[in-house]
Design a protein around this ligand. Sequence first.
Ligand code: SAH
Ligand code: SF4
Ligand code: F3S
Length: 466
Amino acid sequence: MYMTLKPRYHSPAGYSAEASGTDKRRLYIETYGCQMNVSDSEVVVSIMKENGVGYTEDITRADIILINTCSIRENAEQRVWGRLDHFRKIKNSKPGLIVGIIGCMAERLKEKLLEKEKLVDLVIGPDAYRELPSLLEEAGTGQKAINVLLSREETYADISPVRTDKNNVSAFVSIMRGCNNYCSYCVVPFTRGRERSRDPESVLREIGTLHENGYKEVTLLGQNVNSYMHKISSPAGYLDFSGLLEQAAALYPGMRMRFSTSHPRDISDKLLHTIARHDNICKHIHLPAQSGSTRILKLMNRGYTREEYLERISAIRNIVGDCAISTDIISGFCSETGEDHLQTLSLMKEAAYDFAYMFKYSERPGTRAAEKLNDDVPEEVKSRRLSEIISLQGTLSARSKEADMGKTFEVLVEGKSKKSDSELFGRTSQNKVVVFPSNGFKSGDFVNVRITRFTPATLIGIACPE
Ligand code: SAH
Ligand code: SF4
Ligand code: F3S
């Protein structure tokens, strides 16, 4: 899946991201991978705009094509190779067109990407986007340009991202970069570098600007938001994630706060109490388990056991109350037995997840698992286990929606329903999608909706009279 950016820039002066008459060249950008990449593409569009490169959603009008890439699984990279092949064809028929690869795959493959004939002119890693304008100059003179240096400091704190959402309701705010966890299967610490937290003042300022521009929801982003930590001049000397979230929620009570991703090892009671205390902090925690077997979790270097994970689930249920919990699961990790797999299924049932992202293990070169462990679960076993996991989650998700029948939820409207112009869609605090008849409501409204039925993907309801 990829998203093209639909940006709107919201400076008080009000300027549009679509290329204007003064922009000499136009950028088209395609984004793959996680929310961090979506957020980074917004930073890239902003840097380019500042340097007189306009933005276009129409690839045929582009002078520069960038692809922001993901390396998390092999199939993510396969998709990018397919797109690069397509861009090569466009390049052949349009002399002067510059094609660049940015993001995690650029970082992972570095110079190798420049070796293929007429494939890309530019290779830029996630910490080098400020260099884009000068690298573009270089590429414009026919040289190949590359910068894949990772940084210990870069957080792009001072750059106002050009917003990608269509509805002006909800936005991502990146609060940290990188990851130090080194889960044995994961490429992210290699593609994104060391963990660093963004200055809280710049985070709060960005949320403030979004608030002024009518946004109603932000999602604070990081690979492991609960290890956020920044020096401040207070008696404590530092601000942790719970403190940052508390400040954001208190400063902007009319906005909803979401955050992703939480690492099970670092989700403290203090954070859970902060979530419980503020109505505007959404009652949804994405808490990836990866596996239900303590033996596999150890091989994955996740830093918790099955029991410790389930204890955190109980803590969420006890402290936060009506809180949705979602997860990521990997099937068929190195040496996973039928018994380990059953443990994953039973953990899913115990946790009673509201939704889940589920994957087959994909060995990534350079990771600890690739170097020290055997990718020995046959493909068809991985697939069978994955389909059992997906099928169980289908049942759990249906159960979770069934429990919502007849209840009333506050829904933040994000836009018109895809199926019908007379219906709106939005989300509950628990991050469940709700569709209901518009009745004069519009994007950005908070509406109390009573749930009457559900489909596999959505809750359906009607707006309640005040
Ligand atoms: N930082 C987040 C997730 C980052 S990647 C966290 O720690 O939870 C998103 C998900 O991709 C991971 O949670 C994991 O389930 C999956 N993933 C990562 N590496 C993978 C691999 N090599 N094979 C299959 N799935 C993988
Ligand atoms: Fe990857 Fe683990 Fe870091 Fe998540 S916490 S990004 S899975 S290394
Ligand atoms: Fe993919 Fe990089 Fe995100 S590998 S999941 S785009 S951090």
